[in-house]
Each structure stands twice: as structure tokens, then as C-alpha cells.
Design a binder for this molecule. Structure first.
Ligand SMILES: [Zn+2]
Length: 260
């Protein structure tokens, strides 16, 4: 794999690899775990988001019918975790391999977010176990900034989850989507230095690299290792937390009293 691109050939693929491809002419990348047998487990929205700004990106309306593998496109009801064949995953895009265990200096040479991490990958068996387990049990709600296909693949590879409810973009994917350092900056202490949108535009690429480094899953201190079985349980808890705590619940109670 080259220093500036992680493009690989299919013959180089190994089960448990975290792969990705660019869609919509490099506007964003889609990630998955190669589980062997020409199959990829990946995470995508359950249905088209109402938000028009993201629906064109993450649209799953073109539900392809696969003529090669009858089980291609398999997923549990209401789950965004899908099993696809490599061809359907790539959709004629090029194949890239996400790098793990890169040194901080290599990490900083990567121009785009979401191509590598300093975190170490777990064993192939663990990675595939997590991917197949989540295929059966789901990975919660797809959120382009907080829970997306890259987060899914990162979790399968490392078992690491970032416990940061307020974080904008746990992974590099958010910054890739925006196509600019904005998302990474918003989720970093640098936002304190940016008084206005004009300031964002003048922030240097160097600062972007540093802030991206600070948000890398291998560097952050607010990551925890979660077994995939525990994750399935925690997803229920997380859903409750996303409703934003008891305070609001109490307010809702009193509101409904007034209405009635
Ligand atoms: Zn297919």
C-alpha cells in the first residue's frame, strides 16, 4: 500500500480487512468489513433520511438486485447492518484498505480523514465475530455524524467505542463528508479559537491535521473496549440516552399535563 493511497487489488484482500470505496466521485467513502467468500458486512441507513442534504449521499433507494449471490443484501428487519457481495459493495468503485496501527507521523501525512488510524486491529477471528454478530443483532441507528459505516468498521476492527454523546463525528467520515476540516474542528478544542465562519475558512490545513489526530480513535482517551455482546445490550441504553436525559422526560410529563 502506498503512502498516499490505500488502494489495493482484490487478490490482496484478507478476511477481516476493513475496506472502503469512494462514492459519488470522491465526495464520501463507504466502509465495510470483508468477511471472506466475496462478502462484505457493512452499515448503512435503514431508510432514506428525511433530511435532503444527506439523502442524496446515503440514499439506499437504488436497492440493487444481485444476480450473483442469493443472500446478497441480507439483513435483519430494522437493522442497518447488511451483508453484500464485494461487487454490490463497491458498485464499480475502487477498493481501498483502511490501515491500522499506523505511526502518528504517517497518520499526519494522510490528506483525507478516514483512511487510517493509530489504533491496533484485533485478531481476524474477533473482527469477523463482531461483524457477523452485529449482522444478526444490529448496530443501532445510523447517524451520518455519530454512528456511520466507518464507525461500524472501526468498532469491528478494534472493539473500541467513543463514549462521547456530544461529539460531532466520532470518525474521520464526518470530516470526509463535509469535505473540509469543519467537522473535525467542531469536535475539537479548536472551536474555541474560531469566532466565526470566516475564521473557519482561514484555519490552516496543519491545524486540521492536528485536530484530526486528536480525534483519532487510537489517540483519544475517552474510548472504551466493549465486547460485541455487551454492545447489543448497550444499544438499548444508548437509545434512551439519546432522548437526552431525565430532565426532558420530566418536562414532557408536565407539558402533557397542561395539554390535557
Ligand atoms: Zn451482490
Amino acid at each position: 500500500m502506498g503512502l498516499l493511497t490505500n488502494k489495493i487489488e482484490r487478490e490482496e484482500l484478507k478476511p477481516g480487512d476493513h475496506i472502503y470505496t469512494y462514492r459519488a466521485i470522491f465526495a464520501y467513502s463507504h466502509h465495510g468489513i470483508f468477511v471472506g467468500g466475496s462478502k462484505v458486512v457493512h452499515f448503512r441507513p435503514e431508510h432514506n433520511p428525511m433530511d435532503s442534504s444527506t439523502s442524496s449521499i446515503s440514499s439506499s433507494s437504488s436497492e440493487d438486485i444481485c444476480s450473483i449471490f442469493p443472500d446478497c443484501g441480507f439483513r435483519q428487519p430494522d437493522s442497518g447492518v447488511v451483508l453484500s457481495c464485494l461487487d454490490c459493495f463497491l458498485k464499480n468503485g475502487s477498493l481501498y484498505c483502511f490501515e491500522y496501527g499506523v505511526s502518528p507521523s504517517v497518520f499526519l501525512t494522510k490528506v483525507r480523514g478516514g483512511t487510517c488510524t493509530t489504533a491496533q486491529s484485533d485478531t481476524t477471528d474477533s473482527v469477523i465475530h463482531r461483524a457477523m454478530y452485529l449482522l444478526q443483532n444490529g448496530f443501532g441507528n445510523y447517524d451520518i455524524f455519530k454512528n456511520n459505516c466507518e464507525d461500524f468498521a472501526l468498532y469491528c476492527k478494534t472493539g473500541l467505542l467513543i463514549m462521547d454523546k456530544l461529539g460531532v463525528g466520532r470518525s474521520g467520515q464526518a470530516s470526509s463528508i463535509v469535505g473540509a476540516p469543519l467537522a473535525a474542528l467542531l469536535s475539537s478544542p479548536f472551536k474555541l479559537l474560531i469566532p466565526s465562519p470566516i475564521g473557519v475558512a482561514t484555519v490552516t490545513a496543519g491545524m486540521y491535521c492536528m485536530s484530526r489526530y486528536a480525534t483519532d480513535i487510537g489517540v483519544r482517551s475517552d474510548v472504551i473496549k466493549v465486547s460485541v455482546e455487551d454492545l447489543a445490550l448497550n444499544l438499548d441504553v444508548k437509545t434512551i440516552e439519546q432522548g437526552e436525559e431525565e430532565e426532558e422526560d420530566e418536562e414532557e410529563d408536565s407539558d402533557t399535563d397542561y395539554v390535557r
